[in-house]
Design a protein around this ligand. Structure first.
Ligand code: PLP
Length: 371
């Protein structure tokens, strides 16, 4: 059997008919960017997250940059970012002339370690950007407590966590503002690029909306320098439709994760953890294995695709060399051990059992004895 790490086409084939209908409807409208479809999605997503305002934009990297600008973060300011994850947060911080300050990861959760945040706070620190990594929320109760104590803003990077919760409260509704990606592979993905901001703060919402639309407060009235970051009407229509499927897809992801956990639990591997009160949405199913390279090679020989998220910690990337102090050892070490197994709602039970058998064979070949 050949199982690719991700089979997005399978999902797209399921959606072919409704999406074709949405494309036809979009093309019979005069407005192809923004407009009714985008407002409808913003309202639906705001209700889903239980936040007051959602602002659609072009992608999550834009959303992070817009949020930072709306919070007036720029030259000389410092922003706490996780050492591990995707690079957009640190990139957006740098592009605004601010300084990313990397904080190490939790050993078994991979999100930012709250115990290591306070020592990195200085008089120049303005904000914290936790990343809800792999579908698992960062420790927002602790992070919001630290932010309150030091007067810092919190921007949640929710690109991988649509539907994740802590104590029933959605990721994206904890901080001052949140950035979402609808890149096609995310739990809620468009048929192309799309992103959004979410906040309960009316003023922040207005500012973000202006920044994303050339600084316009109304047509042809430019009250500030903004940029162009729009969502296609078609993508908004697709996202509104797919939002209706998100919860059942997340439950399917959890079901697959549970089976991996049950079957792989006896082996010398670090499996994903879920603390009491947390709802993991398994954007990725990431394990840790001392000999990741060998395991992925053996799985590959059996036809099972895997991926690495991510081969280099953000803090160790060459582009951030000027900001890095080699003081995030957990993240630096884990990049060599993390391995993502196939997990998506359209993966069949039969395919998953094949992957599990392949894993067991590979692990026995590697002398990874049963505990
Ligand atoms: C995908 C991703 C982004 C970037 O999203 P885009 O919409 O592609 O800009 C940012 N942060 C994280 C954690 C991501 O996974």
């Amino acid at each position: 059997m050949k199982i690719p790490f991700l089979n997005l086409q399978r999902q797209q084939k399921e959606l072919l008919q409704p999406v074709q209908k949405l494309l036809t409807e979009t093309m019979l409208e005069d407005i192809l960017l923004g407009g009714k479809a985008v407002h409808t999605f913003e309202d639906k997503f705001a209700r889903y997250l239980n936040v007051k305002h959602v602002i659609a934009c072009a992608n999550c990297t834009d959303a992070l940059e817009i949020a930072l600008r709306a919070l007036q973060i720029g030259q000389g300011d410092e922003v706490i970012v996780p050492a591990n994850g995707w690079m957009s947060a640190a990139e957006a911080v740098c592009l605004l002339g601010a300084v990313p300050v990397f904080v190490d990861s939790l050993v078994d959760r991979y999100t930012i370690d709250p115990d290591k945040i306070e020592t990195k706070i200085t008089s120049r620190t303005k904000a914290i950007i936790p990343i809800h990594l792999y579908g698992y929320a960062a420790d927002m109760e602790r992070i919001m407590g630290i932010a309150a104590a030091y007067g810092l803003k919190v921007i949640e990077d929710c690109a991988q966590a649509q539907g994740a919760t802590i104590q029933g409260k959605k990721a994206g509704s904890w901080g001052d503002i949140a950035a979402f990606s609808f890149y096609p592979t995310k739990n809620l993905g468009a048929i192309g690029d799309a992103g959004a901001l979410a906040t309960n703060d009316e003023e922040l919402s207005t500012t973000c909306r202006q920044i994303a639309n050339h600084g316009q407060s109304e047509k042809n009235i430019h009250v500030r320098l903004g940029r162009n970051s729009r969502m296609d009407s078609f993508q908004a229509a697709v996202l509104s439709y797919k939002l209706g499927l998100l919860d059942q897809w997340n439950l399917r992801r959890r079901e697959l994760a549970q089976r991996y956990n049950n079957e792989l639990q006896p082996y010398y591997l670090h499996l994903p953890q879920e603390d009491e009160g947390y709802f993991h949405v398994y954007h990725l199913y990431v394990i840790r294995c001392a000999d990741r390279k060998r395991l992925s090679k053996l799985l590959g020989e059996k036809g099972v695709g895997t991926a690495v998220h991510y081969p280099v910690a953000v803090a160790d990337m060459q582009v951030f060399e000027a900001y890095s102090f080699a003081d995030t050892p957990v993240a630096s070490k884990q990049c060599h051990e993390l391995l993502s197994l196939p997990l998506y709602p359209q993966l069949t039970d039969e395919e998953q059992m094949y992957i599990i058998e392949a894993m067991k064979e590979a692990l026995s070949e590697m002398d990874q004895q049963i505990v």
